[in-house]
Design a protein around this ligand. Structure first.
Ligand SMILES: [Zn+2]
Length: 171
């Protein structure tokens, strides 16, 4: 059983990185997969995800998964299968897709002039990334992603507790 699930992905896996962040997992994009850097990442408890064939059979202290598929969604499926991640481990839309920082609630009044009018009129709760300033909210924007995540775990997407989410660039 993995207690904290976190990843380092090589720089060819940018879309997979984004998906793992959407699911709420601490995921860093890493250019340097040298032996010493891999050891450091393993000490941080990060599971390494790579498409670098040379690493496939090289010795490594921690967990390293060689990603086979080209499609990011299939890649994500492989990671879920091989790590044993369950839907209970997922905290959807809790982390900034761009910075990997966990989001915090933000005062509605502070962000209303930075989101589309129809969002300002209909949405009550907003979250913000302290790193890049991007604003996130529950809305229809993330509906497709939510459906795909449900598919990944073999669930239907009609669970009302799983809320939809949208986002905006910082103003
Ligand atoms: Zn951010």
């Amino acid at each position: 059983m993995i207690t904290t699930i976190c990843f380092a992905v090589d720089s060819s896996l940018g879309k997979l990185c984004k998906w793992l962040r959407i699911l709420g997992f601490d995921t860093i994009l890493e250019d340097d997969f040298s032996a010493s850097r891999r050891t450091a990442l393993a000490k941080e408890g990060r599971c390494l995800l790579t498409r670098i064939t040379a690493l496939k059979n090289s010795p490594h202290d921690g967990r390293l998964i060689f990603i086979r598929a080209n499609d990011p969604f299939e890649q994500l499926g492989q990671v879920i299968t091989e790590t044993g991640i369950s839907i209970a481990d997922v905290d959807l839309f809790s982390r900034c897709i761009r910075c990997n920082r966990t989001l915090s609630g933000v005062d509605r009044a502070l962000v209303l002039n930075r989101v589309p009018d129809y969002i300002a009129e209909t949405v009550d709760n907003f979250h913000q990334c302290a790193e890049c300033g991007r604003i996130y909210w529950h809305g229809s924007h993330g509906n497709r992603m939510r459906r795909r995540v449900a598919q990944l775990f073999g669930l239907s997407d009609d669970n009302p507790s799983r809320q939809r989410m949208g986002d905006a660039e910082p103003g």
